[in-house]
Write a new protein. Structure first.
Lengths: 240, 240
DNA sequence: ATTCAGTTGTGAACGGGATCACAGCGTTAC
DNA sequence: GTAACGCTGTGATCCCGTTCACAACTGAAT
């Protein structure tokens, strides 16, 4: 589906996700920390001010050892009996994950999925906000969708540069994805959420989170089959 | 927030993704194979009938070694000079990933995101089809959205059981996710795509693909920052 | 004061996916 | 016919996230 057709160079390709030169946190760690924080923030008001690794693990579907290891990595200590201070932990995670000055994101491709995501994000946390949307269709531009103004695609570079935006959500058709992504990189976007069903080929010092729904669906289907069908063929054994 | 509030049991938790007792393919392998197939099917009509590992790797953003290893795993051989036969490879991948009789999926939660996903999938491949949607809101039920009928949530069990559906997409609010998921499991669904921002706690012999958009966004933001900001602090070195 | 239950912090071991490197071989060119 | 190129198939290796296991410690109970 690449626009360049079959003219794919024969050079050996690099793995699709580049890492930071100095990587404080691993990818899964960032995911888990993000989840820890969200679960902690959603705790009822009358819950105790501290929480055990057990409990947090249960809330997040991980193991206690995992939680302890992650908190150790970010240098957050707890009390052997009381556990971890919830408020302070939320702060510590924020200090790791969030830019002190906050970060802004744009969304490109205001189709149905794009609109759904705008809805998802515009009312979200202040440290990471979707501040603009873009589309090539003149019918869609100018409007404000869920509190987010839709600009013509042509102005992407200007808006992104002016506001120092670093994160981008791609919800354009597959054919347009690579080209649009290139323009976003050029404008200064370094972190991508790619919902287009095409792997992006981007320069190093760029991070792409592939949100390939079709592939995810096929994974779910495959393992659904492997789990229920496969279990009948072979002696059942607890996962572990 | 888990409906059970703080009453989380103190038992040690298991890792959140259970594996098949006999696992033919690993999770990343299934993802890649799914992608290989899609890219192969999207090849222009005038492309050669065979393809090299190099080329396929470039199309999919992986390495040639990776491609060869994956195809070796599914027992598909190529010619040392011509490469892999495209048609046959597509067939071989299908034989691994697809159920011979096809698989059906349902979607629960016909909000904006749910509708966008319905749009995405109803016109898709025959081997994995979204055949029904469910919602608790009487206003939404009865209608047909993108060729997919919306049923009352109460009839979920019946429909899923009758049609032997094994895959489910969850696009309900966080508060409802766990409860709905439990009902889906009970009805026979074993593979989940969970878009609700809550980790699901499901029995073994069940597979959950967490599609946590918020977390993914925070990941993208974190690494965007680590890549462009972190590189200035430390000596730049190629990712490797 | 002292004991004890239960939790944290962390070195060490484990496991598995990614990558390397090269032998083997089919195809083409001459 | 023969040589040589370049791709495939795969054992071996590497690397890193996960898990284990236990010492150290804290606070409560007595």
């Amino acid at each position: 589906m690449s626009p360049s057709g079959m003219g794919v160079p024969l050079v050996e390709t690099a793995p699709r996700r580049r890492q930071a030169s100095v990587r404080l946190l691993s990818e899964p760690q960032v995911s888990r920390l993000s989840l820890y924080r969200r679960q902690l923030q959603a705790l009822p008001l009358d819950s105790p001010p501290t929480i055990h690794s057990h409990t947090l693990a249960a809330l997040c579907g991980t193991s206690a050892a995992h939680v302890r290891r992650d908190l150790m990595t970010i240098g957050f200590a707890g009390s052997p009996v009381r556990g971890y201070d919830v408020e302070q932990l939320i702060g510590a995670i924020g200090r790791q994950l969030d830019a002190p000055e906050g970060q802004r994101a744009v969304l490109v491709g205001v189709g149905q999925l794009g609109r759904a995501l705008l809805n998802y994000f515009t009312t979200r946390r202040p440290h990471l906000r979707l501040v603009a949307a873009f589309d090539i269709d003149p019918e869609k531009t100018g409007r404000v969708i869920h509190g987010c103004r839709v600009w013509p695609l042509a102005e992407l570079g200007e808006v992104v540069r002016e506001q120092g935006i670093t994160v981008g959500v791609l919800t354009v058709p597959a054919e347009a994805a690579q080209e649009v992504a290139d323009r976003m990189v050029e404008a200064g976007i370094a972190g991508f959420l790619n919902f287009a069903p095409v792997p992006l080929r981007l320069p190093a010092r760029t991070f792409v989170e592939e949100m390939d729904i079709t592939t995810s669906m096929e994974r779910a289907a495959y393992f659904a089959r492997a789990l229920v069908g496969g279990g009948r063929r072979k002696d059942e054994q607890r996962a572990g």
